[in-house]
Design a protein around this ligand. Structure first.
Ligand code: IPE
Ligand code: IPE
Ligand code: MG
Length: 254
């Protein structure tokens, strides 16, 4: 593992990593356990990856913890997930504070149970002065909904005359999203072998590098993150240009 970490180029780290933490249910079923057991074990991975990102000096980590569509799961599982969220924040907030991690939430905050809103609200408040890793939890999150809400805000401003339609730019649009304060992720990881985006950061992932791994989330550990980072660092990000243009620009001016 130290070998893998030693290979990671600290000067070329993504500033923002986003993760779809998938496979908790299958991980538990493989062990003959209830799906909820997988969610509990998934918290151990969250702790590891938050630690690793803090140690590396990554600026932003967005974790997809609960999608708007996940409300459609059996009530017992939804209730268990919400309870786990509350208990985890309660248990971890002191460490987050100590480790200079700042907590944020994106998604439909108002749709969370009152207890979860309260705990998350306190967690954000307690860590608001921290300047290290920004930990962004996507809760009751739907990217399409986020985009629709942004369109609605812009339409309202255009209707009441505070914004001209021709002044709506990419930057203005971005400022209306839940992620207004964060840069776009350079790297998006999805665990558990599913090759899809599942309504996650559709606007923000426009030029992200996507990394899919068969490892289930409860098995995802620091070395898996380092592998993803090494894979990312081997890629050439072209943003529509040619490889030759990119390589020419990489030659330092002397
Ligand atoms: C991800 O694991 C956690 C949440 C969506 C809350 P899943 O619960 O989706 O696990 P699988 O995909 O069914 O194995
Ligand atoms: C995406 O996983 C949501 C989270 C990880 C929180 P799902 O398991 O809900 O996604 P689908 O249903 O397989 O696309
Ligand atoms: Mg899943």
């Amino acid at each position: 593992m130290t070998d893998l970490l030693a290979q990671v180029d600290r000067n070329r780290l993504p500033q923002h990593i986003a993760i779809i933490m998938d496979g908790n249910g299958r991980w538990a079923r493989d062990r003959g356990e209830d799906r909820v057991y997988g969610h509990y074990e998934g918290v151990v991975s969250v702790r590891e990856i938050v630690d690793a990102c803090g140690e590396l000096g990554v600026g932003y980590l967005t974790l997809y913890a609960f999608s708007a569509e996940n409300w459609n799961r059996p009530k017992a599982e939804v209730d268990a997930l919400m309870e786990l969220l509350v208990n985890t924040i309660r248990k971890e907030v002191d460490d987050l504070k100590k480790n200079n991690v700042r907590l944020h939430v994106i998604g439909d905050f108002a749709s969370l149970p009152e207890m979860a809103q309260k705990e998350m609200g306190e967690g954000m408040e307690m860590t608001a002065m921290n300047t290290g890793l920004n930990l962004i939890l996507a809760l009751s999150y739907s990217s399409r909904q986020e985009i629709v809400m942004a369109a609605r805000k812009l339409a309202e401003m255009a209707t009441n005359g505070t914004l001209k339609p021709e002044d709506i730019t990419d930057e203005v649009f971005h400022r209306c999203l839940d992620t207004a304060l964060f840069p776009d992720p350079e790297l998006m990881i999805r665990t558990s072998g599913e090759n899809r985006i599942s309504n996650f950061l559709l606007y923000q992932l426009a030029y992200s590098e996507l990394y899919f791994t068969p490892v289930h989330w409860p098995d995802f550990r620091k070395h898996n993150l380092y592998e993803a980072l090494l894979d990312y660092q081997r890629r050439e990000r072209r943003f529509g240009k040619t490889s030759e243009q990119i390589q020419k620009n990489n030659i330092p001016n002397v």
